[in-house]
Design a protein around this ligand. Structure first.
Ligand code: NDP
Ligand code: 2IT
Length: 460
């Protein structure tokens, strides 16, 4: 029930189709195709809700969803190891604070632009609502490329980035974390500079080191959570991840812990990738090999072809792993739009019937429609990868209570949260006439929670 249905705003009922709405979004946000893509998918899901609740349309709730509360863009100058001045651009999108402080990661990658961060911040609104924790939404980052930079260059960049960002964040205002290109090393440098210039030790970032306020299981959480979500989807068909052969893309944080959890739950992973290509290890990437990958990627910062050389398996340069035969599950865990329509068709033709998104929006819209039409178990990123930000929420709770929970305690809470998100998506999809459609379930459930809060709080 939407409490504001009887609220009189003194306006005629506003009626708008998906297409009319998108014309306005595109005109107002030109050159931001991934932002348009993310908005289009959600607006398709929520139009029936807007039709059913005039209070939401009349309060222009969805128009407010697509307009960030605040966008900060800033210059990030730094000096490289050759004494040359470099200039990057920094961003923070403070998207929606209806249900909690802005919360979402920082991405450092040369492709970062305003539109990419707006799509990620928009997705974060629904994802964070699904966690059941009091987390608003945000995203930030820079077009800085950490690849090939020395630790000292990364440190100088992070210090310059935080020298501007620090005035906008706070443990009850905006709490960034990691994303592509931002892991434990970067969070450490960012935290050190914040503490130095703010003269304050507080939980202004998540993904912190265990010795200085971090939470056990936060590094593992996104990957572990995606596998828990896949297992829940399989349970609806009396099945489980045990014995399944899985395709994983990426080889960073999300991919590494996705494989670790698939191994823990008795499945087997045969692929890994980076932006240069993928490896196919028909013997499976067991626990020892996962440790080797962590060393390669997180310490030596090497490339995935080195895995093929070391373990003597196949490497496919410039390709993605979606044509590999003999798998039942796929966990895209690298980047947006990494599964196109042809990949999606090939996956299902080869017998894959679980696609569980560790990455944000890794499937193009036609690919996602294909998965829904053929009726496979398709878990969209904003539900399936919510374990990362949820465990960030658990890190914030521990910081606020000056507490440190055990590994088992945090993992147990993560599992519970993923089970609840799964149930919420499934029940919402059922209630709104599209049983088994996790895309609509996630969009509608996330939307309703934030929309109700916005109605309660008036026109802000
Ligand atoms: P990492 O930086 O740790 O790893 C990213 C991986 O993806 C690397 O293997 C990278 O390869 C590959 N990659 C990046 N861009 C591309 C591209 N354009 N094409 C092919 N491969 C690419 O990042 P994460 O593992 O943290 O993030 C992966 C995905 O998961 C992203 O979509 C992120 O938004 C999402 N996510 C992350 C969460 C987290 O907690 N970290 C939480 C929820 C979602 P290379 O080294 O060659 O660049
Ligand atoms: O996309 C995401 O959810 C993240 N990168 C994690 C955000 C967070 O605040 O932990």
């Amino acid at each position: 029930m939407i409490s504001g249905d009887s609220l009189h705003l003194g306006v005629m009922q506003i009626v708008m189709t998906v297409d009319e709405f998108m014309v306005g979004v595109i005109a107002k946000n030109p050159h931001e195709p991934v932002f348009h893509q993310a908005v289009h998918e959600v607006v398709e899901s929520v139009v029936p809700i807007l039709d059913a609740h005039p209070a939401l349309r009349n309060a222009r709730i969805f128009q407010r969803f697509v307009e960030p509360e605040r966008v900060i863009i800033f210059r990030v100058p730094w000096v490289d190891d050759h004494g040359q001045v470099q200039v990057n651009r920094g961003f923070r999108i403070e998207m929606n604070s209806a249900i909690g402080p802005y919360k979402g990661g920082l991405r450092f990658h040369p492709t970062v632009k305003l539109g990419i961060l707006k799509f990620l911040a928009f997705e974060q609104t629904f994802k964070n609502a699904l966690t059941t924790l009091p987390l608003g939404s945000g995203k930030g980052g820079s077009d800085f490329d950490p690849k090939g930079k020395s630790d000292m260059e990364v440190m100088r960049f992070c210090q310059s980035f935080m020298t501007e960002l620090f005035r906008h964040i706070g443990d009850r205002t905006d709490v960034p974390a990691g994303d592509i290109g931002v892991g434990g090393r970067e969070i450490g440098f960012l935290f050190g500079q914040y503490k130095r210039i703010a003269n304050e030790f507080s939980g202004i970032l998540t993904g912190k080191g265990l010795d200085w306020g971090g939470s056990l299981i936060r590094p593992e959480a996104t990957g572990y959570g995606a596998v828990y979500f896949a297992d829940e989807m399989l349970k609806t068909r009396g099945d489980s991840i045990r014995g399944k052969t899985c395709l994983v893309s990426g080889s960073g944080n999300v991919a590494q812990y996705t494989i670790e959890n698939i191994n823990r739950l008795g499945g087997r992973v045969v692929t890994l990738s980076d932006s240069d290509g993928f490896i196919y290890d028909k013997d499976g990437i067991g626990p020892d090999k996962v440790e080797w990958v962590k060393q390669l990627k997180n310490v030596q910062r090497g490339r995935i072809w080195e895995y093929a050389e070391h373990f003597g398996c196949d490497y496919y340069k410039g390709q993605r792993p979606w044509a590999v035969e003999g798998a039942q599950c796929a966990f895209p865990s690298a980047s947006e739009n990494e599964i196109d329509l042809q990949d999606a068709k090939r996956l299902t033709a080869n017998g894959v019937y679980v696609v569980c998104e560790g990455a944000n929006m890794p499937t193009v819209p036609d690919g996602a429609k294909h998965f829904t039409q053929v009726g496979i178990l398709y878990g969209p990123g904003k539900a399936a990868n919510a374990g990362g930000v949820a465990t960030s929420g658990l890190e914030m709770s521990q910081n606020a209570g000056h507490a440190t929970w055990t590994r088992e305690e945090v993992d147990h809470q993560l599992l519970n949260i993923m089970v609840n998100i799964h149930r919420n998506c499934l029940e919402t999809a059922e209630a709104y006439g599209c049983p088994g459609n996790y895309v609509n379930g996630a969009n509608i459930a996330g939307f309703l929670k934030v929309a109700r809060a916005m109605l309660d709080q008036g026109v802000v």
